[in-house]
Design a protein around this ligand. Structure first.
Ligand code: ZN
Length: 128
């Protein structure tokens, strides 16, 4: 299943847990695995605390500090920091599914990570 995510800032973490859960429920998988895959080179996916929005803000702050926008990058498109951050964070997550529910820890949420927005992005949800 392909989901659409709209982003609104150059760098942004968006909680997509409910959207992914809705996709799992719709496809009716009882038990197995759910893979969330990002088919982009300047976006990523991660799982981390969703209860306090400060955590996502801190992750973003540190990533932006680690990978400065200005540096002697060679990539002509001018968005190398976005490519670097996408590789650091990763393009997929694998989540257990039990009783048609994502098995996530109490504080865990799935975050779409935008590093070169704002854009309209795709998220692939594949179940096994
Ligand atoms: Zn590029």
């Amino acid at each position: 299943m392909e989901l659409t995510v709209k982003t609104f800032a150059q760098t942004e973490l968006i909680d997509i847990t409910a959207t992914v859960q809705a996709a799992v429920s719709k496809e009716g998988l009882q038990d197995g695995l759910c893979m969330v895959f990002i088919p982009h080179t300047t976006a990523a996916v991660t799982i981390n605390e969703a209860a306090d929005p400060g955590v996502a803000a801190d992750l973003l702050m540190v990533l932006n500090q680690m990978v400065p926008w200005e540096a002697p990058y060679r990539h002509a498109e001018g968005n190398s920091p976005a490519h670097v951050k996408a590789t650091l964070v990763g393009t997929s997550e694998l989540i257990p599914v039990s009783g048609s529910r994502l098995v996530l820890g109490t504080w865990q949420g799935i975050f779409f990570c935008e590093f070169d927005g704002p854009r309209t992005r795709k998220v692939i949800v594949k179940q096994f």
